[in-house]
Design a protein around this ligand. Structure first.
Ligand code: TXA
Ligand code: MG
Length: 305
């Protein structure tokens, strides 16, 4: 059920149950990150394989220190610049963090979010909150409380109403290697922006044989309706009169606005039983790079060229 009462959320978390939580990126499915039974519920309800690790959310550097072995200077620099905000950083995990969270990896992904309600929740509990995006495995990430409720119904006792997510895309995930910032998933923070804080930034190679983050899966965030990337919307429509076509388009808007609306509009179109959804690529700069990446993965189909 959707609630405005933050106490419902805090109490449910303390009881070891899962809740829907608004963040500035997308809604999360949260649980006590130090309680393995609670964390298992996330995997089960999401239908997510245990081999995909979870992000831990916390509210301060003081709390972060309990979860990691050490904070490399470059990580500190980018954390100071972007937190609270839509950036997730990989650290060497401390003993406190279970292998269930990290899927056996020695690295743990951590983020201090900026959504005021999420920060309030984090300050009301004495544990980090594990939270993947609140969508069933491989479906579109939700940016409204209503969407989370539609996905999970009674399987998630409470979803906190926190408005439509400001950023609308997941956090950007980075790791630090040999003085380089490696981007594992493009999201709310752009590569261009990161380069201003630390010039040595690289995109992790797209190698689907070794999936480091599930955001790197070729197919991800997909609607159930087939999504096709086209060069010319009108031409595609003209060439396919037999199809009932949904058009995902954001003419005349800047990329920040598009990012906020992208998953939401895709989700709405996906509800309408079109034969296909079509979309043009976005201008490949800034947040447009992340949008094109999401578009590519959402339109991926096995066997297709
Ligand atoms: O914006 C976000 O990051 C949202 C909100 C709720 O915070 N969360 C989110 O979580 O997108 P999720 O689980 O849907 O995506 C997290 C990604 C996954 O691709 C996962 O594989 C990767 O982060 N990840 C988590 N822990 C990792 C680790 N220790 N090493 C490598 N990748 C990790
Ligand atoms: Mg996700």
């Amino acid at each position: 059920m959707i609630t405005n009462n933050i106490q419902h959320i805090v109490e449910t978390l303390k009881k070891g149950d899962i809740v829907g939580i608004p963040t500035e990126t997308v809604y999360g499915l949260g649980a006590n990150g130090l309680d393995e039974i609670a964390v298992q519920k996330i995997f089960r309800v999401k239908g997510r394989p245990n081999k995909n690790p979870l992000i831990l959310h916390t509210h301060s550097i003081k709390e972060l220190k309990k979860l990691v072995k050490h904070i490399p200077p470059i990580a500190k620099k980018i954390a100071d610049h972007y937190w609270p905000g839509p950036l997730t950083i990989l650290f060497d995990k401390s003993e406190l963090v279970s292998d269930l969270i990290t899927a056996g990896s020695k690295k743990v992904a951590i983020r201090i979010p900026s959504h005021p309600l999420f920060l309030e929740i984090l300050k009301s509990v004495d544990f980090p909150i594990a939270a993947p995006s609140a969508n069933p495995y491989q479906r579109i990430s939700p940016t409204t409380a209503q969407q989370v409720h539609e996905y999970f119904q009674d399987k998630v006792p409470y979803v906190l109403e926190g408005g439509k997510c400001e950023c609308g895309l997941e956090s950007t995930i980075v790791g630090i290697e040999n003085n380089k910032v490696i981007i594992y998933r493009l999201g709310g923070i752009t590569m261009e922006s990161l380069k201003k804080v630390h010039p040595n930034v690289e995109l992790a190679p797209k190698d689907n044989t070794k999936v480091v983050t599930s955001g790197m899966d070729l197919k991800h965030y997909a609607p159930t309706t087939k999504l096709i990337i086209v060069d010319n919307i009108n031409l595609f429509k003209k060439n396919h009169p037999e199809l009932n076509i949904g058009v995902l388009t954001f003419e005349h808007h800047n990329n920040r606005f598009i990012a906020k609306e992208f998953y939401y509009q895709l989700y709405q179109l996906d509800q309408q039983n079109f034969d296909v959804i079509i979309c043009k690529k976005f201008k490949n700069m800034g947040i447009g790079k992340a949008l094109n990446d999401k578009l590519q993965r959402a339109s991926y189909s096995e066997g297709a060229s």
